[in-house]
Design a protein around this ligand. Structure first.
Ligand code: ATP
Length: 457
């Protein structure tokens, strides 16, 4: 297969209903994307697997779904109002805006850790190395300035500063502010975690690369509250849980690596990313961060509420240390799309495009295909109505059966069920496997168990 490009994935996504450009009929709205009928199923399945693994299967993790709009004091306590910004630089020639740290990292092929540099050091490095504008090739830079990444809006009818609220730039504050609510209502004992899946918003300086960096995205993340002496143990535990999860849903080992952070926040003992080899190169897929007692201490201070935990066994009172594990649902969906894409040359010399999703991630588990519409439609409808109560199914009666198989291959449907004369006469169907293209015959009554057995996560 030729090297996969982002352009190819973007086009395929639009053509087959995975992802459309946001506000498409208005010529789009840059860096927003709408999930289509097939994409929404894929992304939902990814989220369901994450929730199953990290919440359902862990008795010490509790889910929440917190409000996007929070009391603005939350963002003062978290430090976002003061410092959630990126170093931006404008090219005076073409007026394009860039992140200074990204320019350096790209120029040095990742060998210089710009995240650990001050703005002055970055400015000097760019000047000394004569780093040019990637857009126009010019060398006429503005000074580096910090650019605020939070979207601001107004609550109420009067546009005043005091009514200013923010679209949350990360979901985790919803867990911190609910630490006591969850602990008390669930009688949770430390160590325990609070997890959430939800939307975040960032006014990114350099959004782009399709779903990789957008201004509105979903995060799946959890905060583990623990004793400080156990924190490194949990940090290591979440590193392995995080990488095992993404491998289990289909990302391959040779496209994954850990990347330890060079610069740590003053309260942190460790931080790392897991990077994935996207068509644009190695990039962050998720983060695991040791956050010390920073978050709960700050919220105690700003809210005036005591967020200490009282250990019922030892009567010890303390602010728990937090280990954060966070992964973007959209970025992970992009990784899964890239990983699943395959072009296979068949024996007759033709090629087929196949999305080799793990069956539990596939948007539709089954396609029901009447061999000849005129004769088999009624029975096919009956089978479809039975199966759609169990899992997502699709139905296709147009075109020859070969073309219909191809359409299902490219959206990753693992099983095609063909309804023919044998179905009417003997109550049997053929089930065609997406990957092997082999067909087997089974009784209609066996389909549900057969498929359910194959789509487990
Ligand atoms: P990056 O360095 O790529 O900007 P980050 O370190 O700011 O990411 P976190 O704040 O740790 O990211 O967010 C956790 C996860 O949320 C990221 O690993 C990524 O998967 C996802 N994410 C963050 N920003 C975006 C974005 N703008 N678009 C899509 N996903 C994002």
């Amino acid at each position: 297969m030729e090297k996969l490009t982002m352009e190819k994935i973007v086009n395929l996504c639009k053509q087959y209903g995975f992802v459309f450009p946001g506000s498409d009929i208005y010529d789009g709205f840059a860096n927003t994307w709408d999930f289509g009928p097939v994409g929404v199923e894929l992304k939902n399945n990814i989220k369901k697997c994450w929730w199953k693994r990290f919440v359902q299967e862990d008795p010490n993790t509790y889910g929440v779904d917190a409000a996007i709009l929070m009391n603005p004091r939350v963002w003062e306590a978290s430090g976002h109002v003061q410092s959630f910004s990126d170093p931006k630089m404008d090219c005076k020639k073409c007026k394009q805006r860039f992140r200074a740290d990204n320019l350096i990292e790209e120029y040095s092929n990742g060998s210089v850790a710009a995240e650990a540099m001050s703005n002055e050091q970055m400015q000097d490095y760019i000047a000394e190395n004569h780093i040019k504008c990637p857009n126009c090739g010019g060398f006429d830079w503005s000074e580096i300035k910090q650019f605020k990444l939070m979207f601001e809006t107004n609550r109420g009818t009067v546009e005043e500063n005091k009514n200013m609220v923010y679209l949350r730039p990360e979901t985790c504050q919803g867990e911190y502010v609910n630490f006591l609510n969850v602990q008390r209502s669930s009688r949770a004992k430390i160590p325990f975690a609070i997890a959430q899946i939800g939307k975040s918003f960032r006014n990114e300086i350099t959004p782009g690369n399709f779903l990789f960096r957008t201004i509105e995205f979903e995060q799946m993340e959890l905060q583990k509250f623990c004793k400080d002496e156990d924190s490194i143990k949990f940090y290591d535990e979440y590193k392995s849980k995080a990488i095992n999860f993404i491998k289990d849903i289909g990302l391959s080992d040779d496209k994954l690596r850990f990347h330890d952070h060079d610069k740590l926040a003053h309260y942190a003992k460790a931080a790392c990313d897991i990077q994935y080899k996207f068509p644009i190169g190695w990039e962050e897929l998720n983060g695991i961060h040791h956050r010390g007692t920073w978050d709960l201490s700050r919220h105690s201070e700003f809210s005036g509420k005591n967020l200490e935990y009282l250990d019922p066994d030892t009567n010890e009172k303390y602010i728990p240390t937090v280990i954060e594990y966070s992964i973007g649902a959209d970025r992970l969906t992009l990784a899964i799309l890239c990983e699943a894409y395959d072009e296979e040359t068949l024996e007759d010399g033709t090629t087929r495009e196949v999305m080799r999703f793990k069956p539990f991630l596939a948007p539709y588990k089954v396609a029901v295909l009447p061999l000849v519409k005129k004769f088999h439609k009624e029975k096919a409808d009956e089978v479809y109505n039975m199966l759609c109560k169990e899992f997502m199914c699709t139905y296709d009666e147009t075109g020859n059966i070969g073309k219909r198989y191809r359409r299902q291959d490219v959206i990753g449907t693992p099983y095609c069920i063909t309804i023919d004369d044998d179905t009417i006469n003997n109550n049997t169907v053929t089930v065609r496997d997406r990957d092997t293209m082999k067909q087997i015959t089974i009784n209609i009554d066996e389909i549900v168990d057969y498929i359910n057995d194959k789509i487990k996560f």
